[in-house]
Design a protein around this ligand. Structure first.
Ligand SMILES: [Zn+2]
Length: 148
């Protein structure tokens, strides 16, 4: 499981494993308290060529592993949500991709969003892609993942 935490990426990057992550008070699965540290997992984010070390905790009661991830990112995505949204906005309004980001990734995001919006909301929504993007984010969904 993932808990999204409001942190500054640069602080995590510069402090590495010495960064003072918050400790969740309860297990997300069974509500047990006293979670144990469970090491770190290396993760990459756009704009940084070295991995970040994201803190993990483990619940001794149920075995659930909880990873802390910076807020503003989607599960399994290295680009910030804002960048993904800007890419889709640029494609819709100007017909081109956002400068400075991989065109193939942006194409992937756009096609995945189209597919997801049609699956979730039906055809009328494909003319309101940014609204659908925001709605899916608000619902805790990943609007640009391949899974439906
Ligand atoms: Zn638990």
């Amino acid at each position: 499981m993932i808990i999204f935490v409001k942190v500054k990426l640069k602080h995590i990057f510069t402090k590495g494993k010495n960064y003072c992550w918050p400790r969740p008070e309860l297990c997300l699965r069974c509500n047990a308290s006293h979670l144990w540290g469970h090491g770190y997992v290396a993760s990459y984010f756009d704009g940084f060529d070295q991995p970040f070390y994201l803190k993990r905790y483990r619940c001794p009661a149920c075995g659930c592993v909880i990873k802390l991830k910076p807020a503003g990112y989607l599960k399994r995505f290295q680009a910030p949500i804002d960048t993904i949204r800007s890419s889709i906005h640029c494609r819709l309004k100007k017909g081109c991709w956002l400068p400075g980001a991989s065109r193939s990734r942006q194409n992937h995001w756009f096609k995945a969003l189209l597919r997801k919006v049609k699956a979730y909301f039906g055809d009328p929504w494909d003319r309101q892609l940014l609204s659908a993007f925001d709605l899916l984010i608000a619902q805790g969904q990943n609007p640009v993942s391949r899974s439906i």
